[in-house]
Structure formats: C-alpha cells, structure tokens
Ligand binder design. Structure first.
Ligand SMILES: *Cc1c(COP(=O)(O)O)cnc(C)c1O
Length: 374
C-alpha cells in the first residue's frame, strides 16, 4: 500500500490543524539554556493549585489501583449543591474541552453545521472540523468597536444559524480576546435560538469576574433544555494538570452527551481535588485579587509602552503590537518569557499574555520593552 495513512483518514481529520499548546517551561530551558523562565502562555493560575485541592489529591494517591468513581458521585453532589441544580444535570469531563467534544460527537456530522464567532476558542473549530460538520464562523465586532473590539457579534452569530445548525458555541468571557457579552443581549440571543440547536455557553473564566451584573448562564438552564453551560477547574482553581471540568444543562441534554462520554474520563485525583477546591474560598478570593491587580499592572504597563490592549474580563490580556506578533513571541522566548501568539486565531498582530504574579508581570513588561527596542 503506497497511500499514506493521512490519505485514508476521514476528511475532517485530513484538514485538521491540531491545537497549539503553550510551550512548557522545561522545553524552553532545555532549548535555550535559560535559568529564569516565566510562562504566561496558557492562562494558568500563577498562585499554583488550591491548597485544599492539593491536600485532597494527596490523600487519593494510595487508592490509584482502583478505577475512579465513574459517576463522580461526590463531586457532582457538591457541584449540584453549589449551583442549585440536580446531580443528573451535571456532566464531568477531563477538562471542559472533553465536554465540548462530547457535544460535537453527539450532535455534529457532515451535512450539519456549528456556529461560532471569529477569534473564539480554538477547540470549537477543531471539534467541528473533526466531526465533518461545516463551520459557520460569524464575523466579530469591528477592530475599532468602541466597546468590544473583536468581541462576539451576537447578531452576526444569529445570522449564521440555519436549518442545518445543531450547535452554537459562545465563550463568555472569550479566549483569546478577553471580551465579554452583556446579560440582556446574551439572554435575548439564547431565547431566540431554535430549540433543536444546542447552545454551548463556555464560562471557563467566569470565576474571575466579580461584577454581579455579569451573566451567569446557570440561571437560564431551567428554561432552556438546549443550553449547556461549561466550567473548568483548569483556570481559577489551578488544576489544569489534572484535567477536570464540567457542564450543567437539562438532565435531558446531559443524558444525550453522556452516551459518548469515555468511561472513567474524570480521574480519581481530579475528582477529589476538584471537590475540595470548590470549598477553597480563601484561594479563590486571593486568585481574584491577584488577577485584578495584575491585569491592571499589565494594561498600565503596555499603555506606557504605547501598546493598546483589548478589554479583558479574564486572567489574560490580548495586546496589539501593530506588527506581526510571531517574531516578537520568538524574541520574548529568548528573553525567557513564554506568551501566546494568536495568529491562528486571526489576530496576527496580537499576543495573548496571561496575568502572572506582580513579579512575573514586571519581568514580562521589561522583556517586552527590551524586545521592542531591539
Ligand atoms: C481554558 C479554556 C477552556 C477549558 O479548558 P480545559 O482545561 O479543557 O477545561 C475552555 N474554554 C475556554 C474558552 C478556555 O480558554
């Protein structure tokens, strides 16, 4: 057989551009022999993991010869209590990306389409493409929009919905832009989506938002059987390495997507750590405070360097360098700072920078200043 295996893969996979993760610290140290490296590339929590989560994780290590609890009984019970829903409305995933994939797997195939906004989270495109469904990418708000440059344009998204649409992906706040949607506008949009279209409202960063007016998708799940709100322990809870996230929806929708869930997708350590991390109010509040201060520090620092930033409600900021970002990204690597190029998100002149500790932010700002002066 002379054909290469990619030629016999399904068409969706043939055209796939795999997700590009942030460069690991050790890799950069190995490659460039750097001692001090700051990673601000993957929106991880700079304070580490929740200490309560860490203690719970350690306790589980003795029992790793056993398979995890496939029902995730305790974590679901704790989440149900926190969010005022029934445990049967919760779907656990190996990260919330896993839950997004379950939706694509359950509802998308050739001849159907998924709607999402330009410059939104990369996994929407990847799961849509892998399923063989068509991507209906809605143009974003204009680059010079006074409120939300590059943000989701809900009218444009509504225009992309047709009889073959089965999934709409919305990120609020969005990654990599950091932009967000207001409550009334988002509610109106969700109300107008036909009931046979699954709405995925991805709230990966919502715990960073302290404004009480910010939309909480969980409030709408009761009235919308087609709405799935996803959350993650990877961001504010600091458990990215454990891979644990969840969706909240109607029990009906949870029942559908659970049919394609891989058995034991949420591992024992992750289940225990997540359950404990939910109670770690001190860690969450500290993470919010460090993030708010750091976001301000970075935005002020970039402004002082004459660089514009997109409005952000997350733990990262998208910076407009007014020239191609990839060479700057590479120069920053040599200076020991790992950030994220976002050319593959249609933002070739921007870099996305995660909010770190005050020292990490300062290190990053200084490196940017040096690199710009080169
Ligand atoms: C980080 C992120 C996720 C979650 O990733 P997991 O680690 O798989 O939970 C989901 N959506 C967006 C928009 C993100 O930025």
């Amino acid at each position: 057989m002379n054909q290469s295996l990619i030629d016999v893969a399904i068409p969706g996979v043939q055209g796939l551009h795999p997700y590009v993760p942030g460069k690991p610290v050790e890799e950069l140290q190995r490659e460039l022999g750097l001692t001090q490296v700051v990673k601000l590339a993957s929106n991880e929590n700079p304070l580490g993991m929740s200490p309560l989560g860490m203690a719970a994780a350690k306790e589980v290590l003795e029992g790793l010869n056993y398979y995890p609890d496939d029902l995730g009984f305790r974590l679901k019970a704790r989440l149900a209590e926190q969010h005022g829903v029934d445990p049967g409305q919760i779907t656990l995933g190996a990260g919330s990306s896993d839950v997004l994939e379950m939706v694509a797997h359950s509802f998308l195939q050739p001849g159907r389409n998924a709607v999402y906004a330009a410059h939104s989270f990369a996994m929407y495109a990847i799961y849509t493409q892998a399923s063989g469904a068509e991507a209906h990418v809605a143009p974003a708000m204009a680059a010079d929009d006074p409120q939300m440059p590059y943000g989701h344009d809900l009218d444009a998204m509504a225009d992309q919905i047709d009889a073959h649409t089965r999934v709409v992906f919305i990120a609020n706040p969005n990654n990599p832009t950091g932009t967000w949607l207001e409550k009334e506008a988002l509610k109106r949009f969700i109300d107008a989506v036909p009931p046979e279209v699954v709405i995925v409202l991805d709230e990966a960063y919502t715990e960073y938002v302290t404004d009480s007016d910010f939309p909480n998708g969980l409030a709408w799940v009761d009235d919308h059987p087609n709405l799935l709100v996803t959350r993650t322990f990877s961001k504010i809870y600091g458990l990215a390495g454990l891979r644990i996230g969840y969706g909240v929806s109607s029990a009906e929708l949870a029942g559908v997507i659970n049919r394609v869930r891989a058995p034991f997708n949420a591992n024992s350590v992750a289940l225990a750590a997540a359950e404990a991390a939910l109670d770690d109010v001190h860690f969450i509040e500290k993470s919010q405070a460090v993030n708010a201060a750091g976001l301000q520090q970075l935005c002020a620092g970039f402004e002082a360097l004459g660089l514009a930033t997109l409005p952000s409600a997350g733990n990262f900021v998208c910076v407009d360098f007014g020239r191609p970002g990839t060479p700057l990204f590479e120069a920053l690597l040599r200076a020991g700072v790992i950030v994220r190029p976002v050319a593959n998100y249609g933002l070739p002149n921007h870099l996305r920078i995660t909010v770190g500790t005050a020292e990490e932010n300062q290190f990053c700002l200084r490196a940017v200043e040096q690199v710009l002066a080169q």
